[in-house]
Design a protein around this ligand. Structure first.
Ligand SMILES: Cc1cc2nc3c(=O)[nH]c(=O)nc-3n(C[C@H](O)[C@H](O)[C@H](O)COP(=O)(O)O)c2cc1C
Length: 136
């Protein structure tokens, strides 16, 4: 699996929690995972040297957070073509961010995308335990 960079954009911390869980899964599978807040990625060189990238943002007002938008432009400069990619994010009801990130990584960055966008609903908005118990 190699070395994977997990980057998250969050306001309240739920998307950071998902990032940590993804990193834990990568480590359990024998890979190396580094987790960074999007605010720590300041230049395209900060994205160099990884085999895979998992990028996530919470959805606010139907969009990904501004920091992740800016970071995707840096990722375009970094040249991640052919690298393994995935996306994720916490949401409340519509959850546009993970899908938008996924599509940008797929179509613009031309990455080798794995699965689909991972969307986890906020426990405060009917996700978590409530969501698990209502699904039959
Ligand atoms: C002002 C505001 C606007 C929001 N807009 C959306 C939205 O358009 N779609 C959606 O699915 N969730 C929306 N949410 C819910 C957040 O995505 C949800 O609370 C999420 O867990 C926040 O993730 P974070 O803890 O990583 O910041 C909104 C929340 C707030 C407070």
């Amino acid at each position: 699996m190699g070395k994977v960079l997990v980057v998250y954009a969050t306001r309240k911390g739920s998307t950071r929690n998902i990032a940590e869980l993804i990193a834990e899964g990568i480590r359990i599978d024998g890979g190396e995972a580094e987790v960074n807040n999007v605010t720590e990625v300041k230049k395209d060189e900060d994205l160099a040297g990884y085999d895979g990238y998992v990028l996530g943002s919470a959805t606010y007002h139907g969009e990904m957070m501004q920091g992740m938008k800016t970071m995707l432009f840096l990722a375009e400069k970094a040249g991640l073509k052919g690298k393994v990619g995935g996306s994720f994010g916490a949401f409340g009801w519509s959850g546009e961010a993970p899908g938008r990130i996924f599509d940008t990584m797929d179509h613009i960055l031309e990455m080798d995308m794995v699965g689909g966008p991972l969307m986890l609903k906020s426990a405060a908005l009917g996700g978590g335990t409530q969501m698990a118990q209502e699904r039959k």
